[in-house]
Design a protein around this ligand. Sequence first.
Ligand code: AMP
Length: 582
Amino acid sequence: MSDKGDNMAMDDIKQSLSTIDPHSSSFDKEAALRHAKEKGWTEPVPYNYSTTGSQDAAEDAFSHPEAAWLSDAVRYEWSDDYGEVGPANPDLEQKLFYSEKLVKAGALIKAYEFEVTLEGPIHIHPVRDFDDAGLHPLMRENVRLCRYETPTPIQAYCIPSILLGHDIVACAQTGSGKTAAYLIPILSKLMGKARQVAANRPNPLTYNAITDRVRAEPLVLIVCPTRELACQIFDEARRLCYRTMLRPCVVYGGAPSRNQREELEKGCDVLIATPGRLCDFMNKTNLLSLARLKFTIIDEADEMLRDDWEETMSKIFGGGDANEDADHMYLMFSATFPKAARELARQYMAQDYVRIRVGRVGSTHGNIKQRIIWTEDSEKKKALYDLIFSMSPARTLVFVNNKREADFVDDFLYNAGLPSTSIHADRTQREREDALRSFKIATCPILVATGVTARGLDINNVMHVINFDLPSGQHGGIDEYVHRIGRTARIGNEGLATSFYNSRNEDIADDLVKILVESKQEIPDFLEDRVPETVTWDDDTDNEDLNADKENVPDAANDGYTFTAIDEADGFSADAETAGNW
Ligand code: AMP
């Protein structure tokens, strides 16, 4: 991000909105291309679907150089000759841990101020150091290879809770390290006993797909709403399973089921899945059995429990041949916690599940500089064009509210000489993976996306998130805003989020102002009159739920186990105090 971009006041930005219209008849495309080039942007790259699906196209995909589909990515293959820990594989190690594309924790990670709230009758001591967390030595080594130096707040609480065997419902901020928060302790727990609990698997060195294939009987099931998020979790699982006999697989819609089926047939201990494809495979009982499951994790549960997913979620939670033993742990992670998620928790989880909240539910952190600019709909294209050129080239994510708009804005930028691409739900999985790859490797450093597809994206160095359209109240409202801007400033990095606002966005104005006040951001003049005296939130927790919670977790508040821990510069300090409501 340029200095100019960093320091630019809102008035400057408004002034810089020139009258250039790349769509007007007098627009000179050659001149636009020259202009973009002079400003340091790379040349736009047209789609070339003839290369997609090939080995070339897969080059660099999500740091899976060898994979045509993300689900085919290479993973550590275990041989029966190994003892408890497999030998190092330097080539694979290079790919898994040293790719340029991995998100690197920024300097600000230590300066984060997190309020961690723990509720329920169980008291958990946070771990401040991975060395003291009681992890399996191989897991400790893998965490070191990931270059995770200290546990993030959600990890500080999840690791001991899971190691102690508690079910968890956790709310954590975007980019807070929640994937590792559950993968590290779960895989660490399984490392010592994989031989006893895991299903038999064929020897990868002599594998014959016709005679040796097995039924997948995972020990861990992770369900999440989007294909992109599933692939990211799979990536993290490939790293944390390194040199173990635990074999991760990912299944998601859009990509051919054949490849995914073939991977399952080689054995699968950790299954990451989107709900639709998972249900398909659950119906094929000779391909997949959930009878061995020891851990079920629902990630981004709020998204999964929206309307039409509810039935599917109940099927996954309670259906199939899932192991319903008392030792089956359930974990739910979410940025916000809607009623449906709490109901599911009540139905399936142990009564004394640990409830962890990092920051206010749905809040955003201060590392993101947020700017709101008044822009009429008719001026948005010009505004976007000028905004992009007002700063040095940087990886930029542009959010719009619908698929048509995504195509339209992408076309507009592309024709204006900018290296953009786009992603939305009507694109094929091949196109989605291709767009994300181009964005990641910066062939197309500008990605236009609808909120749905970009949820959970964890991409290195997204410096600028632009809300071309602010999410409307009906389409996720302020929670969606928080998710979107959380695509920048991941895990201790800094970032910028600029949103175009006009009278059509009044439905989220009050919540938006509360977010700005809460994260100490500049309030634009046109929203000044909405600044409240004190910021209070309706956490989607109604009295009925509160009472129900009290019934289910007797004496939770009275036992004095509920406390708030504030992460300070030198670590966590826990103050006994009554925490907020769920
Ligand atoms: P998540 O919230 O799971 O999407 O994680 C966001 C990013 O943080 C991912 O790129 C992780 O690799 C990274 N990460 C997770 N835990 C840590 C840690 N303890 N220190 C530094 N980076 C981490």
